[in-house]
Design a protein around this ligand. Structure first.
Ligand code: MG
Length: 255
């Protein structure tokens, strides 16, 4: 099942895609729900970020090849940081190039959407019931500021630096998904989640022992090798098998 959030005329809805139509959810996607009998052609709606999370927990250096390209040792436990909900931008949205930085990188990642409150899970707890599904994520990063500040908040938190979408795919196995990033149509990152250092279930349990995860919260699982800079005018696509493609363009709107 693929779940989308979208605007049709002035109404914001969540819906399930069947063939090329969206069927509005009646109730909550976080519980049992029904869908409307009549669908709307997906071409008639404006897609929105599939969730509006209370927080985004991001994992750093979770692929060996990316840790090597950054010249960093492999982490012994997950390296985590937060991105604010104010940074969220949806499919086809604009990534705004801030005037404060001289290098803005793409980081294509698999993101996990939390389904139900998760707190202090045990090592042997199964995590499937806590996960609604998966989506594509671009962990946009002002690389020069990350290096300068040492800690990550400024570099990772500009408005529009958390591109997410296009949908939440349920019923897919997060342990073996190809993750690709294209810049202006050219393949720049090609990874597979089977190479994650810390698996999705491990990350959900780990984070739940630090902070309570709420429905709609996002854990983004880290980026494979091949990161690189974007400039205003670029188009960036994060594509994950079983989910789809998250497309955004980069623009400078201030001097
Ligand atoms: Mg990242």
């Amino acid at each position: 099942m693929k779940i989308y959030r979208y605007k049709h005329n002035t109404k914001i809805s969540t819906g399930v895609l069947k063939e090329d139509k969206l069927y509005a959810v009646q109730g909550s996607v976080y519980r049992k729900f029904k869908t409307a009998k009549k669908g709307i052609p997906v071409g008639d709606v404006a897609l929105l970020p599939p969730v509006m999370p209370s927080k985004i927990v991001a994992i750093g250096l979770n692929y060996k090849d990316h840790a090597m390209e950054r010249g960093k040792p492999l982490p012994e436990e997950p390296l985590i940081f937060l991105k604010p909900s104010s940074a969220v931008v949806g499919p086809k949205g604009i990534i705004v190039y801030p005037s404060m930085t001289k290098r803005v990188d793409f980081e294509g990642e698999l993101a996990v959407i939390i389904k139900k409150k998760a707190s202090r899970l045990h090592p042997d707890d199964l995590t499937d019931d806590y996960i609604l599904g998966y989506t594509c994520f671009n962990d946009v990063t002002a690389r020069d500021l990350q290096t300068k500040d040492v800690q990550f908040t400024r570099a990772k938190s500009f408005d529009t630096f958390a591109a997410i979408g296009p949908c939440i795919a349920t019923d897919i196995d997060p342990a073996r998904l190809r993750v690709k990033t294209f810049l202006n149509g050219k393949l720049r990152q090609s990874g597979n989640t089977r190479n994650l250092i810390f698996s999705v279930p491990f990350l959900v349990r780990f984070v739940s022992n630090i902070m309570t995860l709420n429905p709609g919260d996002v854990i983004t699982t880290g980026t494979p090798a091949g990161i690189g800079p974007m400039v205003p005018g670029d188009k960036v696509d994060v594509q994950i098998e079983g989910i789809g493609t998250l497309s955004n363009t980069v623009m400078k709107i201030w001097d």
